[in-house]
Structures are given as C-alpha cells and as structure tokens.
Write a protein that binds this ligand. Structure first.
Ligand SMILES: *Cc1c(COP(=O)(O)O)cnc(C)c1O
Length: 228
C-alpha cells in the first residue's frame, strides 16, 4: 500500500470512529482531500485509493493539476480566498465553492456559471473566531447574505463552511463547531451541508455535525510551501 493509500485508510478509520462515537451514519460524512501544494501524481494515487473529491486553494495551481488529470472523473472544490477577477475560471471549472463570504463574488459566480453545467454548489464561509480571522462573513451578516445567495439562479446554496482558530483543546473545538451548526440551524433554510473539520480537529467537527471534512496533512503529509 502506498503511503497515501495508508493515510487514507487511517483517516477513513478516524471518520468512522468519530461517527460511531456520536451515533451518526458514516455515509453522511464526506471526505474532501485537500491537495494544495501537492503534485498531480499524489492526486492520482489518492484517486486509486478511492478519493473522488479534491479541494484546492489556488486557482492557477488547481488548473494546472486539472489539465494533468482530465482522464479521471474528479469533482473539484474551490476552498481558498476568492478575488473577483478569478470568479469566471472558478465558475467554469469547479463543482463546489466552499469559501464564498460576500455577495459580489456570489453574483459573479452565478452570472459566469456556464449554462451547460449544473448549478454551482456553494457554502458560505462564516467567521466564528472574531478578530482572529480575516476571512468569512460575520454571524451578523450571515442571514442577509444567505437569503441573497439563495435567490441567485445558477448557484445552489448548500450550507456553511468554517475554519475556526486552531486549538488542540477539544472543548474549544467543540464550541466553535457548535456555533457554526447553530448558525446554520437558525437560518432555517433546510441547508444540508456543514464543511468543517481539518486534520487536527475532524473528530470534534463530526461530533458537531460536519458533512464534509477537509483533510490535507493527514492524507498527503506536511506541505512544503518553499517548493510550491
Ligand atoms: C489547507 C486547508 C485545509 C486542510 O488542512 P489540514 O490541516 O492540512 O488538514 C482545509 N481547509 C482549508 C480551507 C484549507 O486551506
């Protein structure tokens, strides 16, 4: 078994154990492999071990990998900060965007989503860590943003995404993810997706209702930004 295949088996075992611990159906939890800085060969290995969904943060890097992997039926998720001049390529080449935090970006994605593709799946990134985080809409702005995005024709609003301030303290992880869950509940829009949980905190995220966990390091090893 390759290292990546072994890592995938370990992460899948962590997901199963976390789901069992809170009596959740494991099939409601999806694994997004976060492949930023990793070469196309690593994604190919992950594909061979059963992964179909890949998350990328940087558009040019993602497009280069997509060009090398056209032979595989992959589903691409954009999870990084979005500049308005990048929306067209994102709308054309991804199935999901997890990191929408303002209306202008959502409007552009909707306008630019090609007619021959299904609506683009959207999560609103919400900031539950206050000043510690620059990305994400505030909890106060969330209801109006969610209503406006839901009205856009070429997008399907699926749910919320969050990247809480990193902490190894389980109670603090739980509190942050529970806040995301409660913000989603108070929207009362029937949204089915909570994108939360990374390598170090997926157990807490699953306990609080995550439906996508976004895992990089635990699958592909540490990232070397010096080489990226
Ligand atoms: C890099 C990244 C991840 C993966 O983080 P790991 O700690 O490597 O699992 C998840 N979500 C987002 C938005 C990221 O940028």
């Amino acid at each position: 078994m390759s290292t990546i295949a072994g890592n995938i088996a370990q992460v899948e075992a962590r997901i199963r154990a976390a789901a069992e611990a809170v009596q959740r159906d494991v099939t409601s939890i999806h694994l997004l492999a976060v492949s930023k800085t990793k070469p196309a060969s690593a994604l190919r290995e992950a594909y061979a071990a059963g992964i179909r969904d890949f998350g990328e943060n940087y558009l040019q890097e993602a497009r280069a990998k997509q060009a090398q992997l056209t032979d595989l039926p992959l589903s691409w998720h954009f999870i990084g900060p979005i500049q308005s001049n990048k929306t067209r390529e994102i709308a054309e080449h991804f199935a999901w965007v997890h990191s929408v935090d303002r209306l202008k970006i959502a409007q552009r994605l909707s306008e630019q989503r090609p007619a021959d593709l299904p609506p683009l799946n959207i999560c609103i990134q919400v900031n539950v860590s206050g000043e510690a985080s620059k990305s994400g809409c505030t909890p106060e702005d969330l209801p109006a943003l969610a209503a406006a995005i839901q009205a856009l024709p070429r997008l399907t609003l699926r749910g919320l995404m969050a990247i809480p301030e990193p902490t190894e303290v389980r109670a603090e992880q739980d509190a942050a993810f529970a806040k995301v869950r409660s913000l989603q509940d108070s929207l009362n829009m029937g949204l089915d997706t909570l994108s939360m949980g990374m390598s170090h905190d997926l157990e807490s995220a699953i306990a609080q209702g995550a439906t996508w966990v976004r895992i990089g390091t635990a699958l592909f090893g540490a990232r070397d930004y010096g080489q990226a």
